[in-house]
Design a binder for this molecule. Structure first.
Ligand SMILES: O=C(O)CCC(=O)C(=O)O
Ligand SMILES: [Fe+2]
Length: 212
């Protein structure tokens, strides 16, 4: 398990702006956090998840998102994002074990996880930040990747400086507050990638934000 600090020494800068040198994103990359058995157990379990491809409303039009997803969480942890209201499904076994592991290892107290499956490099996620009001202020978001390697690109809102963080199978990326206030992120298309990738983002929501 290799751990990189909050600096950017090994992340590739995509654009250079002399005025914004030295910006540090509050992220932590733990390469190889999950071993092969843990990854396999999770990937098998994902085959049983009720993944859907919801439509979201953007600029007056409905678009099916370019990936499939599912939301699991404690009761009272329903989630409204991109105009979609999603009831929390109960925790699957290995996703629940992973939540416990993150709590033990990093003190991350997530009560929900968004699972995104990218069938291949045609699937993607556009620029966004995870700043919905039901996300507990100052909480961390822990992102686990399994399967194909994909680039995760972050962009500093004020300077527009971008960095590419390649995420490989088994990696953990922790986004610490105030990441979502100051940076956006995306998973761009990579047409050469033919294999699927699954990503779990563990989040802490304000319970019962949307009522009982
Ligand atoms: O797939 C990823 O690495 C990112 C997922 C993400 O940004 C999200 O679920 O909000
Ligand atoms: Fe995100």
């Amino acid at each position: 398990m290799k751990q990189q600090g909050l600096g950017f020494e090994s992340f590739e800068a995509l654009s250079h702006d002399a005025g914004s040198q030295g910006i540090q994103a509050p992220v932590q990359l733990i390469s190889g956090y999950l071993n092969a058995d843990q990854q396999a157990a999770l990937l098998n379990e994902v085959d049983t998840y009720p993944l859907t491809r919801p439509e979201i409303h953007v600029y007056g039009q409905n678009h099916a998102i370019p990936r499939t997803q599912a939301w699991f969480g404690d009761s009272g942890c329903d989630y409204l994002y991109s105009g979609l209201f999603v009831k929390a499904l109960s925790w699957p076994k290995y996703a629940g074990k992973l939540r416990e592991k993150l709590r033990r290892d990093f003190g991350i107290t997530a009560n929900g996880v968004l699972v995104n499956r990218y069938a291949n490099g045609q699937d993607s996620m556009g620029w966004h930040c995870d700043d919905e009001p039901e996300i507990l202020a100052c909480s961390d978001i822990a992102s686990i990747s399994i399967g194909a390697s994909r680039d995760f690109v972050i962009r500093h809102k004020a300077s527009q400086q971008q960095y590419r963080i390649p995420l490989h199978s088994g990696d953990l990326l922790i986004m610490h507050a105030p990441m979502q206030d100051e940076w956006e992120h995306c998973v761009p298309k990579r047409l050469k990638v033919l294999e699927p990738r699954v990503n779990f983002t563990f989040r802490e929501l304000i319970k019962h934000y949307h009522g009982a």
